[in-house]
Design a protein around this ligand. Structure first.
Ligand SMILES: C[S@@+](CC[C@H](N)C(=O)[O-])C[C@H]1O[C@@H](n2cnc3c(N)ncnc32)[C@H](O)[C@@H]1O
Length: 233
């Protein structure tokens, strides 16, 4: 237990360092922002104790931002690609309209039990739909449109997700994509075999060049691409 806790603290420290935010500033932010729910706290802790890559979870600051944006958008329908343990899905669900629903797609079926455990404890449990499958296949089966989309799957596939998601967007929909600064690699010389960075670069280029989107990059955590779907026609 002690070793696990020490590992957790080291990872947390590393995460703070890589965000370029001092520990004191992080502490100040935590003390002066809306708290996360006890359910999210428990899920985040369990994610660090029992999963291989816990840093993938959105966590407190990004989670509060996703919740805040969702509350502003007031979406009837939310789509997420890449559930992981469900942290971001539960944050996004906080802004759903009364009868609104969230669909989250996760390819790793080993995560299903943990995701369902936390979804079932949530006040939104009746309105959360988990699809276990590859987003590249599952997105083609979706029929109704979405008001808020969070792309957080495989970085190599971001452009494919964008192409599949675009026809599913309501006018005025907000699309958010995570990790678009990819630890700063987007401005470094890339290796020919670095498909992840290439995927992120291609996505950033594609969404900026698409006149149907108004976009900007928010330099929070690993970079969030924020885009509003505003087609002229
Ligand atoms: C960064 S994690 C998601 C973190 C989560 N959104 C959060 O913020 O708490 C990325 C997840 O995407 C999943 N994933 C990768 N490729 C996928 C695909 N093609 N379809 C669905 N999920 C995928 C991975 O298995 C992983 O759990």
């Amino acid at each position: 237990m002690f070793l696990t806790f020490t590992f957790f603290c080291c990872l947390k420290f590393y995460q703070i360092c890589t965000m370029d935010i001092s520990i004191d500033i992080e502490k100040y932010i935590l003390e002066h922002s809306a708290p996360e729910s006890d359910l999210l706290k428990a899920l985040y802790r369990e994610t660090y104790l029992y999963t291989m890559h816990p840093r993938m979870a959105s966590g407190y600051i990004q989670g509060r931002l996703l919740s805040f944006i969702s509350k502003l958008v007031k979406p009837e329908r939310i789509l997420e690609i890449g559930t992981f343990t469900g942290y971001s899905a539960l944050c996004l669900a906080e802004g759903l309209t009364e009868n609104g629903t969230l669909v989250s797609i996760e390819v790793n079926d080993e995560l299903e039990t943990r995701i369902r455990k936390y979804f079932n404890c949530s006040e939104y449990k009746e309105r959360l739909q988990l699809i276990i499958g590859d987003a590249n296949n599952e997105l083609k089966k979706l029929k109704s449109a979405f008001d808020l989309v969070f792309i957080d799957g495989d970085k190599r596939e971001y452009c494919e997700y964008l192409n599949l998601v675009k026809p599913l967007l309501n006018k005025g929909a907000v699309l958010i994509a995570d990790n678009v600064l990819w630890s700063g690699k987007v401005i470094e010389k890339i290796e020919p075999n670095d498909k992840m960075t290439q995927g992120v670069l291609a996505f950033n280029k594609q969404i900026q060049a698409d006149n149907d989107f108004e976009n900007f990059i928010l330099p929070i955590r690993d970079g969030l691409s924020m885009a509003r779907f505003a087609p002229k026609a």
